[in-house]
Design a protein around this ligand. Structure first.
Ligand code: NAD
Ligand code: GLY
Length: 376
């Protein structure tokens, strides 16, 4: 299978995102010897940060792959779960890096989903003022989003992702073979982000997602690779135009997320998974865009059908009070004091950041989204 590549062009911080099958398997393990994909690193020694779920599945094979390329690696295996994405884990990680003898020319490889990517990215950005970072994402969400663009972060007791930096990796290697073992729920959560990219990019990618939904849902590697390649290209484009998220351009990647974050928080991060909350958030954005006469009803129905075909939840839970959602949205770390910002669509493929939504209209739309919106 060929390797798909996307370049994230950021002057001296540019890097490749490589997507394909067998990319992290040594030739001895039947792989394609793609250790050639590794960039020129400053040193020969690194630490692979992963978790207790992923280590038994992939750690040995990835270490062999590094060894074949002439790199010595030391594993650090963290407990699994968002609840460990905190400063205690980072402190423990720093000690492991030190004890492994990692110098300024060492590297960190993140082998895992977004949680591992965020933790390892934050450690790489800060340990000895920054060491080389390689991202080997293992979930759909991390391959299409979290591993690209350099954002990292940890949670504080009073909020998610409140501490972090923007620190670009030296390479992202998205081996689609990892997706074979992903639990079904995580697969569908990833699709929430994928549909978001469809709405950001417009007709061509939406048509691809419509036509290939069965192959994608059955995890056919060819279709997954094309899908992840397209998402990576879309993300790279936003990152290149607004790396530090200062111009309101990269903010479009938050389509569906402002409502989504509020729903996650109100459910104590237990009731709805991130991708599920984003999917409901997308329904709210589409519906508000129609209510504001920016988007046609036909376009909204096409997008809703796409969400439905990827098995995503689409109805806002009736028990969540609309006022509480709006209150949470005002508290979002990206909102200016008292404002209600939201990414809306002026058409499929035409997002923009509306700085302050009218609260009354938003409340009506949220109430509407407690009922099914997809026509039969
Ligand atoms: P995750 O990292 O928690 O992974 C989900 C679950 O799947 C975990 O239990 C994990 O151990 C397991 N898993 C991962 N890969 C597997 C595989 N190949 N086979 C079997 N099991 C596997 O969740 P996620 O959805 O990847 O990431 C969510 C995190 O990403 C959140 O913390 C979010 O804040 C962060 N995030 C960051 C960015 C960014 O730009 N930095 C963007 C989006 C999300
Ligand atoms: N996940 C949103 C961003 O990278 O900006």
């Amino acid at each position: 299978m060929s390797i798909h590549k996307v370049t994230v062009s950021l002057d001296s911080r540019s890097y490749s995102v490589c997507i394909g099958s067998g990319l992290t398997r040594s030739t001895a393990n039947g792989g394609e010897g793609d250790s050639l994909l590794l960039p020129r690193l400053r040193g020969r020694k690194g630490v692979i940060v992963t978790n207790q779920t992923i280590a038994p599945l992939y750690l040995d094979r990835v270490r062999e792959w590094f060894l074949e390329a002439g790199y010595e690696t030391h594993p650090v295996v963290l407990p699994d779960g968002e609840e460990h994405k905190n400063y205690e884990t980072v402190q423990w990680l720093y000690r492991e890096l030190f004890q492994a003898g990692l110098q300024r020319n060492g590297f960190i490889c993140a082998l895992g989903g977004g949680v591992i990517g965020d933790l390892a990215g934050f450690a790489a950005a800060t340990y000895m003022r920054g060491i080389d970072l390689l991202q080997l994402p293992t979930t759909i969400l991390a391959q299409v989003d979290a591993a690209i663009g350099g954002k990292n972060g940890i949670n504080l007791a009073f909020g998610k992702n409140l501490v972090g930096t923007t620190y670009q990796p030296r390479v992202v290697i998205s081996d689609v073979d990892f997706i074979a073992t992903l639990p079904e729920k995580e697969l569908f959560c990833g699709f929430g982000e994928v549909v978001k990219y469809g709405l950001l990019a417009g007709d061509d990618f939406i048509s691809f997602l419509e036509m290939n939904r069965n192959e994608i849902r059955e995890r056919k590697v060819q279709s997954l690779a094309i899908m992840i390649h397209s998402c990576s290209r879309i993300k790279a484009d936003y990152v290149e135009r607004d790396e530090l998220d200062l111009l309101g351009v990269r903010a479009s990647l938050n389509l569906g997320h402002t409502v989504g974050h509020a729903l996650e928080k109100l459910g104590d991060f237990r009731d709805l998974a991130h991708g599920e909350a984003v999917a409901i958030g997308l329904v709210c954005c589409l519906t508000l865009s129609v209510a504001m006469e920016l988007l046609s009803e036909n376009a909204r129905q096409r997008a809703l059908k796409l969400l439905h075909s990827y098995n995503l939840p689409m109805v806002l839970p009736a028990e969540i009070e609309v006022e509480r959602i709006i209150e949470e949205m005002r508290r979002d770390k990206k909102a200016a004091a008292g404002h209600l910002p939201m990414v809306l669509l002026r058409g499929l493929g035409d997002p923009y950041l509306e700085e302050n939504i009218e609260a009354g209209l938003l409340a009506e739309v949220l109430e509407q989204c407690k009922k099914p919106q997809l026509d039969n």
